[in-house]
Design a protein around this ligand. Structure first.
Ligand SMILES: [Fe+2]
Ligand SMILES: [Fe+2]
Length: 309
């Protein structure tokens, strides 16, 4: 897997949606779980430009190759969010994108500012900060594309499968950049390897955590990956990341799934109650009873149930 920044700059463009059968979207039903994932994914894609504000203050961004990549990357991510939103609207979910984005940002609060500050300070104190940032980028892009693949596998919706396939092509390119760059930084650099391993083990969180709460993160993880092909896909991510120098045998995604399962074992309906009760799904197409999940979902009293986003 190679990556050329010059080629990427030349070829980067907004997602090509020519030929996507937008008019056919309503012909195929989606489960509430599919809709929950789409909402989550759209929100996180739309959050990328704010995530960028955390990166641009770091020492890593003194590197012009990195800033060239980020300039193209953030534009591509914008169009992932835009097109997931368009898909949802075509399906019949009514919302105002700007309002939705503003609402999510308003909920970030002081913690977001503190996070920017600590990332900035940390990056200037730690010479090998770039190793952490690049490794996290690789994990996030690989888990994102794996999430899209899992949703495409589950949704049985040809138009969504088509759209997600197109987005995945971008995500795989993003992954290739981060992975190759992380490898270069870590190769032969024992100090960077130790730091990277330590920080990932102690602080890494699943894509979207922070914007979404733990139960929302777990809901997505359980819906997409709590079956044999899903668990195998997560194992594949850990194995791939474990091939970076110093990260042999690291467990990130498989650990996150274990934790989601443990949370679900403690609280009846954990995760699935959010999917079942999600406000956005109410106005969407009604599916036949029992078509949503393959198992019974227990929902506790409604005032204890959070709503995604
Ligand atoms: Fe994306
Ligand atoms: Fe991406």
């Amino acid at each position: 897997m190679s990556f050329s920044i010059d080629r990427y700059k030349e070829e980067s463009r907004r997602l090509d949606t020519s030929g996507v059968a937008w008019d056919d979207i309503q012909k195929y039903p989606l489960s509430k779980g599919d809709l929950f994932c789409l909402h989550y994914m759209m929100d996180i894609e739309n959050h990328t430009s704010l995530y960028l504000s955390h990166l641009l203050v770091t020492r890593a961004c003194m590197n012009p190759i990195l800033t060239a990549f980020l300039s193209c990357w953030v534009y591509e991510e914008l169009w992932h969010g835009e097109n997931l939103g368009k898909f949802l609207k075509c399906y019949g979910v009514e919302f105002d994108t700007d309002e939705r984005v503003a609402q999510i940002r308003a909920g970030l609060g002081f913690q977001n500012t503190m996070s920017i500050f600590t990332t900035m300070v940390g990056s200037w104190l730690l010479e090998d900060f770039a190793a952490i940032y690049l490794s996290v980028g690789a994990i996030n892009e690989l888990s994102t594309t794996t999430g899209y693949a899992a949703l495409a596998r589950k949704c049985h919706h040809p138009v969504l499968e088509d759209l997600l396939g197109r987005i995945q092509k971008d995500e795989r390119r993003h992954f290739a950049f981060y992975y190759n760059s992380a490898k270069q930084w870590l190769d032969g650099n024992r100090r960077a390897q130790k730091l990277d391993r330590f920080i990932l083990d102690k602080t890494w969180v699943v894509v979207g955590k922070g914007v979404k709460n733990q139960e929302e993160v777990d809901a997505l993880g359980l819906y997409l990956f709590d079956d044999a092909p899903g668990a195998e896909a997560l194992q594949g991510i850990d194995e791939k990341i474990g091939r970076l120098p110093g990260l042999e045998g690291i467990r990130l995604m498989t650990k996150a799934l274990d934790e989601a399962r443990a949370n679900a074992a403690k609280v009846p309906g954990w995760g699935y109650r959010l999917i079942e009760q999600e406000a956005w799904a109410v106005g969407a197409k009604k599916l036949p009873a029992g078509a949503l999940f393959g198992h019974h979902v227990e929902v506790e009293s409604s005032d204890e149930v959070g709503v995604a986003g």
